[in-house]
Design a protein around this ligand. Structure first.
Ligand code: ADP
Length: 163
């Protein structure tokens, strides 16, 4: 049985992430979407909300589960018995970062490999930062995120505006 981890910040989850999770679910027996608890970058949603949004989004994929984690991704992967990390690639510039991260992770834990899946063409521009920038300015992100994520974004920016 092949179990893999698809790690990320998912702040918030969008159609690019969904594409990669769906592809991974077809290729592997079990996919654990791992929502990173304490990323260095500043986040819009707290870990519990990001996890809840990912869970609701991917509930239709039977062999996909969602977990929060902190610390090193390779340690988390090993702790749950995963053999590989899945990452999504959009544009050429993603490659350099993923390449360096893969080699660093391999140095730390040679047994855990990394598999990069290439996104579908229409998602190549999509990132959580783009979604947040547009949503923060009142733009329509309904073609980039599922409806419940869109609602959460609107509510969160209202909350921030209200102080
Ligand atoms: P991180 O902070 O680790 O980059 P993200 O939540 O931004 O976490 O992304 C998680 C994973 O999803 C990464 O492998 C990233 O490359 C991938 N990803 C992000 N956007 C897209 C997209 N539009 N298409 C495919 N994969 C994507």
């Amino acid at each position: 049985m092949t179990k893999v981890v698809f790690p990320g910040s998912f702040d918030p989850i969008h159609y690019g992430h969904i594409d990669i999770a769906t592809r991974a679910a077809k290729l592997f027996d079990e996919v654990v979407v791992a929502v990173y608890d304490r990323p260095l970058k500043s986040l819009l949603f707290d870990p519990a909300t990001r996890i809840a949004l990912v869970k609701e989004t991917l509930a239709y994929l039977e062999n996909v589960s969602v977990m929060g984690y902190s610390g090193l991704t390779v340690d988390f992967a090993e702790s749950i018995g995963a053999t590989a990390i899945v990452r999504g690639l959009r544009v050429f510039s993603d490659f350099e970062l993923e390449f360096r991260m893969t080699l660093a992770n391999r140095r730390l834990k040679p047994k855990i490999d990394t598999i990069a899946l290439i996104t579908t063409e229409e998602n190549t521009f999509l990132s959580s930062s783009t979604v947040k920038e547009i949503a923060s300015l009142g733009g329509d992100v309904s073609s980039m995120v599922p409806e419940h994520v869109n609602r959460a974004l609107i509510a969160r920016y209202r909350e921030i505006e209200a102080g």
